[in-house]
Design a protein around this ligand. Structure first.
Ligand SMILES: C[S@@+](CC[C@H](N)C(=O)[O-])C[C@H]1O[C@@H](n2cnc3c(N)ncnc32)[C@H](O)[C@@H]1O
Length: 218
């Protein structure tokens, strides 16, 4: 089994490990989605659906996917009251093709996914997201920041600012790197740091310092 699938299935076995409130970034996205008249959103790496469900509740049409079939089962259960054309879930590896060739989105929302990979895969992921967006579509994502000094530097550095710890890869982004990877395909509309507090099922809290990026495809 794919390592990521194995790792995340194991983590999600115990339930909705960070609670069911939407992430701060999902809430911050709404203004941008409304201003750009977005109707459909793709949410890859959706986990157990805390953000995809929120977007559907806000009236957007959502397709969401995750490599963890355990997470997708949780997400589908909570989405029962939504019609399939409003909120659709698939269990799939985002690097594998699965959507009809012509399917394009007004917006893509990626919460804490892009930083899980090595450079080559991060590039591939970004190219893939760009190919799935309509012109003027919005790419909205969060990623961990080099300014997160509590987490930065833990484990073995395998590439610049990329550490592997207990089998999990984390790439920490600088603001300059965000500019570099998005230019010239995107125009950045917003980039800011924020704190996301995750509470696990035992009540332990962890503060992540994340970058929130909204970029328009040119
Ligand atoms: C840090 S979690 C974030 C989950 C969700 N976005 C959220 O904020 O609640 C990363 C997610 O990415 C998913 N993931 C990792 N590699 C993936 C891949 N190759 N294809 C699809 N999903 C993947 C994991 O299963 C996990 O749900």
């Amino acid at each position: 089994m794919n390592q990521q699938k194995k790792y995340w299935n194991e983590r999600f076995k115990v339930g909705d490990i960070w609670g069911n409130d939407p992430c701060p970034s999902a809430i911050m996205s709404i203004r941008h989605l409304e201003e750009s008249n977005v109707t459909n959103i793709f949410v890859p790496g959706c986990g157990y659906g805390r953000n995809s469900l929120y977007f559907a509740q806000k009236g957007f049409e959502v397709i969401a996917t995750d490599i963890s079939n355990v997470a997708i089962d949780h997400a589908k259960y909570k989405a029962k009251r939504f019609k399939e054309d409003k909120l659709k879930y698939f269990s799939n590896d985002l690097f594998e093709p699965f959507l009809p060739h012509e399917q394009k989105f007004d917006a893509i929302y990626l919460s804490n996914v892009i930083h899980l990979f090595l450079e080559r895969e991060r590039k591939e992921l970004l190219n893939k997201m760009s190919s799935l967006l309509k012109p003027n579509g919005l790419l909205i994502f969060t990623c961990i920041s080099t300014t997160d000094t509590k987490n930065f530097g833990i484990g073995k550095e395998v590439e610049p600012n990329t550490f592997v710890y207990h089998g999990k890869t984390l790439h920490f982004y600088t603001s300059d790197e965000i500019q570099e990877i998005l230019c010239p395909t995107y125009q950045i509309q917003e980039q800011k740091l924020h704190i996301q507090t995750e509470t696990d099922p035992d009540g332990h809290q962890e503060n992540l310092i994340l970058r929130f990026i909204v970029a328009k495809k040119l």
